[in-house]
Design a protein around this ligand. Structure first.
Ligand SMILES: Nc1ncnc2c1ncn2[C@@H]1O[C@H](COP(=O)(O)OP(=O)(O)O)[C@@H](O)[C@H]1O
Ligand SMILES: [Mg+2]
Length: 324
């Protein structure tokens, strides 16, 4: 988390602040209005062009993690968040592992440890001898991409346990190749090719994130532009989950995590105009005195906002081949 925060990787959730008391650890992070799961199930559905940008953003994020020696181990739509401008960021490093110093990332293996989320794990993670490396993340990315590309709103493998997933998976493979059933219809040939390659049973046959970047599916994408978030990728999510648990305030909401993690509202695209809510829930967690020490700033009206880190989003993006 520290490494991710220090380098300000644009497609990863970073920490704003953290502290602890005797019982809790508090993490302050940007508040994102939607997860990718929410986005996938709301209308308007993603266009093919948006899907392609989103998959490209996931590839950049994963490439950053892998080249920095981090295996995420829990890539799934619930752990991918969306900024108000519709860009993707990967979060939830609860299961992530760092490659030990001096070990080449591509050679490092985690042994005898089955971890992840049923429905999104790679075969080597959930089958004996439970030995895997960074390619397990590529597999999970493949499953998320498959869902996006085929416009599904439910996981491809709907299951509650790893063994259920493994049993479902075994029926979908022939000679190590993923043979999609009717639930996975991907029209675009390149899109399908990318998905099938990432879903190879044998991890050594899957493409690395560097290889994915040069796959023909991404032809025409300017990765430097994408990295700077210059592309207008998606509609701005306008639906913010509201419930008694998440009191709403302006565009942002405060969420008190189950595990007493504190999330604060912030204009996520504009670091300068942070907005931390003077919310009773915050006070209850931090104590009145601690809450007072937190700086409260208010959102700047939209036309006055500037974004030093990412520049202005191009509203009229250059259209790579195949996009309207
Ligand atoms: N920074 C954030 N902004 C908005 N929602 C968040 C944020 N971080 C997490 N969430 C929401 O909380 C859920 C759980 O958080 P997560 O970090 O994935 O922890 P875990 O899955 O280990 O409980 C996420 O799926 C997402 O819906
Ligand atoms: Mg999670």
């Amino acid at each position: 988390m520290q490494k991710i925060t220090e380098t300000r990787a644009p497609f990863l959730v970073g920490l704003i602040e953290s502290w602890d008391d005797e019982e809790n650890i508090f993490y302050v992070m940007r508040l994102y209005p939607q997860t990718l799961r929410d986005r996938m199930s709301c209308r308007p559905r993603m266009t093919r062009c948006q899907t392609r940008y989103h998959i490209a953003e996931m590839v950049i994020a994963l490439h950053w993690l892998h080249t920095n020696g981090i295996v995420h181990r829990d890539i799934k739509p619930e752990n991918i968040l969306m900024t108000p401008r519709g860009h993707l960021v990967i979060g939830d490093y609860g299961l992530s592992r760092m490659v030990p110093d001096g070990t080449p990332v591509s050679e490092w293996r985690i042994e005898r440890e089955c971890a992840g989320s049923p429905g999104y794990s790679a075969p080597e993670v959930i089958s004996s001898p439970y030995t895997y490396g960074i390619m397990a993340d590529v597999y999970s990315l493949g499953l998320v991409s498959a869902e996006m590309a085929s416009r599904r709103i439910t996981p491809y493998f709907v299951c509650r346990t790893a063994s259920e997933q493994l049993a479902m998976m075994k029926k979908q493979y022939r000679d190590g190749e993923f043979i999609p059933d009717n639930g996975l219809q991907i029209e675009d040939e390149h899109e399908k090719d990318l998905v099938l390659k990432t879903l190879k049973w044998d991890p050594s046959q899957r493409p690395t994130t560097a290889e994915l970047k040069v796959h023909p599916y991404f032809d025409g994408i300017d990765w430097a532009m994408l990295n700077l978030r210059r592309y207008q990728v998606d509609v701005v999510p306008t639906t913010v989950k509201l419930s008694e648990e998440y009191p709403s305030y302006d565009f942002f909401t405060f969420k008190q995590g189950k595990d007493k993690t504190a999330y604060y509202g912030e204009d996520v695209e504009y670091d300068k105009h942070r907005h931390i809510l003077p919310n009773n829930a915050v006070k209850a967690q931090l104590g009145e005195d601690r809450a007072k020490q937190v700086e409260y700033r208010y959102l700047c009206p939209a036309p006055l906002r500037h974004d030093d880190l990412h520049g202005h989003c191009t509203l009229d993006p250059p259209s790579p081949a195949g996009c309207p």
